[in-house]
Design a protein. Structure first.
Ligand code: KIV
Length: 262
């Protein structure tokens, strides 16, 4: 897959599947699956490092995860998140961070929101760095938004999201992520753009879906947003296996003679 396939898939009405990955083994499983592309999300700060928001992701953290994911999934198209503020310090810093992410193994970068960094998006694209936009709920702006809530509920916000989507397309983005908006608005935005709109919490009428690896595998047992579907009860499966190891160790049935060097 390359950036041109994104538009082609939209034209051919083929939905795009994207999932996050952060480490070698996780990426290997995604690499061996039919998933179209991988996002090395700044959600790494939360699901891999235990922070309470994505603002703790750093360029170094994102490069380390991107390199591990590339080693695990050598053939997949990888999008890497530009972390908090890394694209708000001028084009020079943005180019440096985006370049480092590409050298670490990403094929493209993703930037949240748009207002105030339009020139940076344009400059990255013109520098040969494919850019995916991300609008709607943008978790790096959580302190300003005031919580993880549905965006685009009133007319002004809807107008602004449509403007941002069209502007991202005209700046040269090859795709956008649209997070946590009502499905009617998502459908309008999907129809306005030639580039694919990949939704998360944006309903069915978009060009693809993205989920966090740990969410779709049910690996966390905390609160899940309404839009998450658990395709596996991963947390329970892991806990069960750990308890079984503990039990078989303590009762003396592990290891067996077949698991022992004679
Ligand atoms: O960081 C991330 O995981 C993301 C997805 C939720 C789209 O940006």
């Amino acid at each position: 897959m390359n950036i041109h396939d994104f538009k082609k898939m939209k034209l051919e009405n083929r939905k795009i599947s994207m999932v996050t990955a952060y480490d070698y083994l996780g990426a290997k499983a995604v690499g061996d699956s039919e998933i179209d592309c991988i996002l090395v999300g700044d959600s790494a700060a939360m699901v891999m490092h235990g922070f309470d928001s994505t603002i703790h992701a750093t360029p170094e953290m994102m490069c380390t995860h991107t390199a591990a994911v590339r080693r695990g999934a050598p053939q997949k198209f990888i999008v890497a998140d530009m972390p908090f503020l890394s694209f708000r310090k001028g084009t020079e810093v943005a180019v440096q961070v985006a370049g480092d992410l590409l050298k670490a193994g990403a094929n493209s970068v993703k930037l949240e929101s748009l207002d105030g960094h339009e020139e940076t998006v344009r400059h990255l694209v013109q520098s040969g760095i494919p850019v995916m936009g991300h609008i709607g709920l943008t978790p790096q702006f959580i302190q300003q938004i005031g919580g993880y809530k549905v965006q685009g509920r009133n007319e002004d916000a809807q107008k602004h999201l449509k403007y941002q989507a069209q502007e991202l397309e005209s700046l040269g983005c090859f795709s956008i992520v649209l997070e946590c908006v009502p499905q009617g608005l998502a459908q309008e935005i999907q129809r306005l753009l030639q580039i694919p709109v990949i939704g998360i919490g944006a309903g069915l009428q978009v060009d693809g879906q993205v989920l966090v690896f740990h969410d779709l595998l049910g690996l966390s047992n905390g609160h899940q947003p309404k839009f998450v579907r658990k395709f596996l009860a991963g947390y329970e499966a892991i806990k069960g296996a750990l308890n079984q190891f503990h039990q078989e160790t303590t009762e003396g049935s592990f290891p067996s003679s077949q698991e022992t060097y004679q």
